[in-house]
Design a protein around this ligand. Structure first.
Ligand code: NAD
Ligand code: DAU
Length: 354
């Protein structure tokens, strides 16, 4: 079996659903259930013995040691993190605690477990750390997309905490020989995405007749990857990646934010026209920029394609349509996550923006 951390979040949840749709290998899912963790995402696994959910913190070394000894996983995949840049600007403390301190404690618990494994299981064991392209900083308009050789130049408290965690993972391989793999992925989108991030926020605000907030001039570029393609990349790296290596994951889909928002508007115009017949783009509102806003991210994923034969299945056009359709068809999931705590966040983040 495998141990997944952060499996009640957006990418971890999609990963577990896809994993169990394709294999019978059980999953232990350790998640703290912060505001971003949502067991509704895993509702279809409620009576499935292959999924064992444990509520807990990756910083709790005692709990980790107990889980590892009891379930004896062949691999640990670390998704658990604080993941939202805007929240890291309002309050960086949790990001340091979970992304840096939590990863350290997880690595130490895993090292103790891995050291005690019999030789064949010790050799086959893998620790896969899920990270982000944001560790590389921001690109100029003509720069080549990030390769695995780029220097780390993180700019936000979030990306700095992820960069720190990547360094810890690297050091645990270099010093202790722990068989680690790291993936650095671009922006994900798709089902079960918490509506604090751009794409689900815009879909929900559009449907609720609210402003669609564009930070600054809206010309910041992100490189979008459908979440299920990220999950297939992680499965491939787990299966065939070389311990100690890092792999960039991306879909060659660079888009300025304003184009992403306009694309969502036009799909909604077609699938769910406004009652007054006007286009959704009329709800677009330019607001104060994010402090320190990175201008451009883009991933060169050719190492992963060349060495492990991975390619994304979706283009941005197919993936974004599927995503909008999913949100239209899953309003109950949306209702459950847009609780009081969500409304408090929206008012804190957007209330005082022009
Ligand atoms: P998310 O915020 O949706 O989910 C994070 C999950 O981790 C939640 O279920 C939360 O409850 C859990 N968690 C938080 N702190 C924890 C702790 N201390 N112990 C145990 N569980 C804890 O995040 P996501 O978007 O699914 O991202 C998952 C991982 O992928 C993160 O490491 C993130 O940095 C990375 N990543 C995300 C993207 C993206 O576009 N979303 C892109 C590249 C990499
Ligand atoms: O690049 C990978 C990263 O992508 C992940 O590591 C992070 O966990 C994930 O949150 C994401 O970070 P971003 O900051 O790029 O994602 P977000 O959806 O918050 O914002 C996308 C872009 O849209 C960014 O340029 C900021 C802008 N934006 C965002 C929001 C929420 C707006 O213009 N308006 C908004 O209301």
């Amino acid at each position: 079996m495998i141990l997944v951390t952060g499996g009640a979040g957006f990418i971890g949840g999609n990963f577990i659903l896809d994993w169990l749709a394709q294999s019978n290998e059980p999953v232990i899912n350790l998640d703290k259930l912060t505001y971003a963790g949502n067991l509704d995402t895993l509702k279809s696994l409620k009576d499935d013995a292959r999924h064992v959910f444990v509520r807990g913190d990756i910083g709790d070394r005692e709990l980790l040691a107990k889980l590892l000894a009891e379930h004896k996983p062949r691999a640990v995949i670390n998704f658990a993190a604080e993941s939202h840049v805007d929240r890291s600007i309002h309050g960086p403390g949790e990001f340091i605690q979970t992304n840096v301190g939590g990863t350290f404690n997880l690595l130490e618990a895993v090292r103790g477990y891995w050291n005690a494994l019999p030789p064949d299981r010790n050799t086959a064991f893998r620790f896969l750390h899920v990270s982000t392209d944001e560790v590389y900083g921001s690109l100029g308009p003509d720069d080549h997309p990030f390769t695995e050789e780029n220097n780390f130049e993180p700019n936000s408290p979030y990306s700095a905490s992820k960069a720190a965690s990547d360094h810890l993972v690297r050091a645990w391989h270099h010093t202790y020989g722990l068989p680690v793999l790291t993936t650095n992925c671009s922006n994900n989108y798709g089902p079960y995405h918490f509506p604090e991030k751009l794409i689900p926020l815009v879909i929900l605000n559009a449907l609720n007749g609210k402003p669609l907030p564009i930070y600054g001039d809206g010309m910041q570029i992100r490189d979008w990857l459908y979440v299920k393609d990220h999950c297939s990349a992680i499965r491939r790296v787990l299966e065939a990646g070389k311990p100690g290596e890092t792999y960039n994951v991306g879909g060659w889909n660079e888009k300025p934010n304003i184009d992403v928002v306009k694309t969502i508007c036009s799909i909604l115009d077609e699938l769910k026209p406004r009652a007054d017949g006007k286009p959704y783009v009329e709800q677009i509102t330019y607001v104060t920029d994010r402090p320190g806003h990175d201008r451009r991210y883009a991933i060169d994923a050719s190492k992963l394609e060349r060495e492990l034969g991975w390619k994304p299945a979706e283009t941005f056009e197919t993936g974004i349509r599927k995503t909008v359709e999913w949100y239209l068809a899953n309003q109950d999931w949306v209702q459950n996550v847009t609780s009081g705590a969500y409304r408090e966040w929206v008012s804190k983040q957007y209330g005082s923006r022009e």
